[in-house]
Ligand binder design. Structure first.
Ligand code: AMP
Ligand code: FE
Ligand code: FE
Ligand code: ZN
Length: 280
């Protein structure tokens, strides 16, 4: 038997827009030979207890995390927070507001979509245990009703930001989210900065601003990062002393990303743990 290697520091359960439970992710992590994994559901930490218990049962390491919905200069930016004490404080209040806005925004989008597609709000909200609702849940209802074959097709056809059915949602300013994560005792990592769904990689000036706000790392190893956009970001990470993480952004059956397909070395996770309030 080979030893388990590395950590997957970016995963989603059905508590947000993944399709499997937190304990399913722990089992899958053991199966694919990970040393450990972080659960980073969108805007909630409600899956931590289940993931932590399942990981402990299986003898693998759990890193508590979150992916915060933020915006900067008009663009949507996701920030990963690790090791936060999310039970109180300004971050908790900001996340509550983000989740509430997501809910009213999703209802609004479903109302617009239902003029042309036979789906209802009950079908969208009733089919999931999620505490953070997003477009993937609307996609699932459209797939169930037979309009599209999978989430990705529903996004490409009618859920993208340019769609007549798209409604924006409240997000925290990225630099503010980084400050709130640090105040809550965590470290912040900029998620998928060269994601191929964007028109371009996150601008260097933006990353400099985030670094000045206390950004700790940058997720350069991610299956959706576009390879040709990475060299300048690598140079910037070196210049600004940002740690480089690797993760899959697993969403169960909701995306093709496979758990553990990108990983972060154990030595970096050990350094991360020394910096945070909730290391496990
Ligand atoms: P929202 O949170 O409502 O803005 O929706 C964004 C989420 O949708 C992301 O976190 C992804 O998990 C998911 N997503 C975005 N694009 C796609 C796609 N093409 N296929 C499947 N899921 C997607
Ligand atoms: Fe997601
Ligand atoms: Fe993301
Ligand atoms: Zn994610």
């Amino acid at each position: 038997m080979t030893a388990r290697a590395g950590y997957d520091l970016h995963t989603h359960s059905a508590i947000s827009d993944g399709t499997t439970s937190p304990s399913d992710i722990a089992s899958e992590a053991a199966r694919v030979g990970l040393e450990g994994f972080a659960l980073t559901d969108h805007d909630t930490v409600d899956g931590w207890d289940e993931a932590r218990a399942a990981a402990s049962e299986l003898g693998i390491d759990f890193v508590p995390g979150i992916e915060v919905t933020t915006r900067f200069g008009g663009g949507s930016r996701h920030v990963l927070g690790y090791g936060i004490d999310a039970v109180t404080g300004e971050l908790f209040d900001a996340l509550t507001r983000v989740r509430e806005s997501r809910l009213s925004r999703a209802r609004h989008m479903v109302k617009l979509i239902s003029a042309d597609y036979r789906i209802t709000w009950d079908e969208v909200s009733g089919a999931t245990p999620a505490v953070t609702i997003g477009r993937p849940h609307i996609a699932d209802a459209l797939v169930s009703a037979g309009y599209f074959v999978d989430r990705s097709t529903a996004f490409a056809e009618i859920l993208h930001p340019g769609s007549q059915y798209y409604v924006p949602t409240y997000a925290i300013a990225t630099d503010e989210a980084i400050r709130l994560i640090r105040m809550a005792g965590g470290v912040a990592v900029l998620a998928h900065p060269a994601a191929n769904r964007q028109r371009a990689a996150v601008a260097s000036e933006s990353i400099r601003t985030f670094a000045a706000s206390g950004l700790w790392g940058i997720e350069l190893d991610h299956p959706e990062n576009r390879e040709e956009w990475l060299p300048p970001l690598r140079a910037l990470a070196t210049e600004l002393d940002l740690e480089v993480t690797g993760s899959s952004d697993y969403h169960g059956g909701g995306k093709p990303n496979r758990l553990g397909e990108r990983r972060t070395p154990a030595s970096l996770v050990a350094r991360l743990r020394e910096l945070v309030k909730t290391p496990r």
